[in-house]
Design a protein around this ligand. Structure first.
Ligand code: 0VR
Length: 251
């Protein structure tokens, strides 16, 4: 059994960390490199940087940010947001990112997943899926949670893994930023049906939420933003709590 991973997420806009609720009302949450160093010192297993503006200008900022982080932070980190081609991915990996995450571009062109996996290896390729509850199912949204695709999350996750995804980053838009807990049903459904690690994302509000998503949700890793950025709980405290609850964790 692999150890469960705790992954702080730094959503980036105009070079600063931002955080909102349900992908809206973004507030400034601090400097990315400072926060990244803090989380690394607190014992985070990995980091995710998500460029949620994903404009051309922002792309250059992100590249410089990746270089700065790679110089100062020594845990694996994933970079996502607006990646639409092999060359985008190559620049970010060359700058020091360990993995890249693709979302909208993968839905529009699943072949890109295969090209990335064949070029850089599946272990570098995270497919991010933003999910919104629809009746008794979940629908895939793209473009920063704004555009419904009509795709079932389960079908898309299976297709993405078949295309070469090495990991699934599964975000509940409904839960995002509310600190009311992860979407356990969604996470369990995907974790039970794909053969690659699933990172649960969206809604982390307290230490019990992590325990629940690792046990009932069967997640391999748990991502959180608001909870950590607003300093309500540290990564260490979460890890100490999980260790006491007999969850296999790196401390
Ligand atoms: P928390 O619920 O605060 O832990 O958020 C975790 C996760 O949902 C967010 O870090 C991030 O995935 C939200 N994503 C996006 C976005 C936020 C604003 C705009 C766009 C996006 O495209 O993923």
């Amino acid at each position: 059994m692999l150890t469960k991973r705790i992954i702080p997420c730094l959503d980036i806009k105009n070079g600063m960390v931002v955080k909102g609720i349900g992908f809206n009302n973004l507030q400034n949450a601090g400097d990315p490199v400072t926060l990244a160093e803090k989380y690394s010192q607190q014992g985070a297993d990995e980091l995710v940087f998500l460029d949620i503006a994903a404009t051309e200008e922002e792309r250059k900022t992100l590249l410089n940010l990746v270089k700065d982080v790679a110089k100062n932070v020594f845990i694996p980190f994933t970079v996502g947001g607006g990646i639409t081609s092999l060359s985008d991915a190559k620049k970010l990996l060359r700058a020091g990112a360990d993995k890249i995450s693709i979302n909208s571009a993968a839905v529009k062109n699943p072949q890109l997943i295969t090209e990335l996996a064949n070029t850089f290896g599946s272990q570098c390729v995270v497919v991010a899926i933003d999910a919104k509850k629809k009746d008794r199912n979940w629908e895939v949204y793209i473009n920063g949670g704004k555009v419904p695709t009509g795709l079932s999350v389960l079908d898309w996750a299976k297709e993405a893994v078949k295309a070469g995804a090495g990991e699934i980053l599964l975000t509940s838009i409904d839960a995002d930023g509310r600190k009311k807990g992860f979407d356990i049903q969604l996470t369990k459904l995907i974790s039970e049906n794909v053969s690659v690690p699933v990172i649960a994302s969206g809604g982390a509000g307290n230490m019990e939420d992590f325990f629940e998503v690792f046990t009932k949700g069967k997640a391999d890793a748990a991502l959180a933003a608001s909870l950590f950025h607003y300093r309500e709980i540290s990564v260490q405290e979460v890890k100490k709590y999980l260790k006491k609850k007999k969850i296999l964790i790196r401390i």
